[in-house]
Design a protein around this ligand. Sequence first.
Ligand code: PGA
Ligand code: ZN
Length: 420
Amino acid sequence: IIKSISALEILDSRGNPTVRTYVTLEDGTKSVASVPSGASTGQNEAIELRDNEKRYNGTGVQNAVNNVNTEIANALIGKNASDQKLIDYTMIELDGTDNKSRLGANAILGVSMAVAKAAAESANLPLYSYLGGTNAVRIPVPCMNILNGGEHADNSVDFQEFMLVPHGAPTFKEGLRYVAETFHTLKGILKNKGMATSVGDEGGFAPNCSSNEEAIELIIEAIQKANYKPGIDLSIAIDSAANSFSPNLDGNYDLSWSGLGKMKTVDLLEKSAEWIEKYPIILWEDPVSEGDWDGYVDFTKRFGNKIEVVGDDNFVTNTKYIKKGIELGACNSALIKLNQIGTVTESIEAVRMCREAGWRYFLSHRSGETEDTFLADFAVAMDGGHLKTGSACRGERIAKYNRLLEIEHELKGRSEYRWK
Ligand code: PGA
Ligand code: ZN
């Protein structure tokens, strides 16, 4: 039974305000959860409430905090914390909008996560078992973002994220080692070439490559130099985040950053075909922009039997859009970001919809994060097989990887690790 709920304005990994929420139960259990924040957002994401006042250049979250401390607390105190659905739908109804714009998805999600943590603690279960049951023993393959472009870096790479996928490793612990070693090897290669080794928002390097191909080739060089086999031990995943080079979010693209110039969906797909042919690419997220549904369908028709095609900005973890994608055959996987939809229950519903359609789903952090490790437990609970939570540096990313190491250790011989 919930005794108290309160919130605090804290900072995320980019130094922007976000919401931290505290929940206390009648039995004395206490929990805390912090909400992440994206930069390359989809248009239909649930709304983060920002104060629009002078402080923090308008990004303060005092109104969201206030909504937790008053309206939300009043509505939930006395309710059963182990009824996650009731808690989440009570907040959704209280908010009354279809994008959580009145109370703020940042206010609602913090409470949703903190309640789940408190209920787990109170039931004496680790969060992953509480949310996923005793069969939740699969540790996700860490798709590590090691090279950044697009909106996450100031260089001439159009695509936002290049990830290393250690699908050939026997365990999570080994997989994490493969990618961390390759990360350090890449750093050495960049240094030797006189390229920058500063990192982007998610901890990946952001060198000034002259093209997207150069970025991929540097990664392959690093994989080999670290003594791994490209395509066997480690493959590559790309998040184009194509919204960021599609000014009208339609079938027109502007890849001028990397010198490829303006192109239509068909040309972009031709380029993608070349890369998929040439490089060990295993997963591609948002290859086209969110309004280009035909583009998603064509891309999936063409490459979907070979690679995982993930929708992020088009689906925004919302069953309404995932359903449309399933009907159209746009993508064969959905990105799952808790704060895109704003409650734990709705995120689980999105996962369930993917599962029922035979789709995969890819658990994800945001580019603005905190030290909260909810995502690590959630990924194990959802049995999705893979997650992305940044690079082998930056504490807010490492916190999730360390939590996954801990879960694998805790499960002793019972843990599983496999790509599919
Ligand atoms: P974001 O980026 O958190 O800045 O939205 C992550 C992504 O596009 O997957
Ligand atoms: Zn994305």
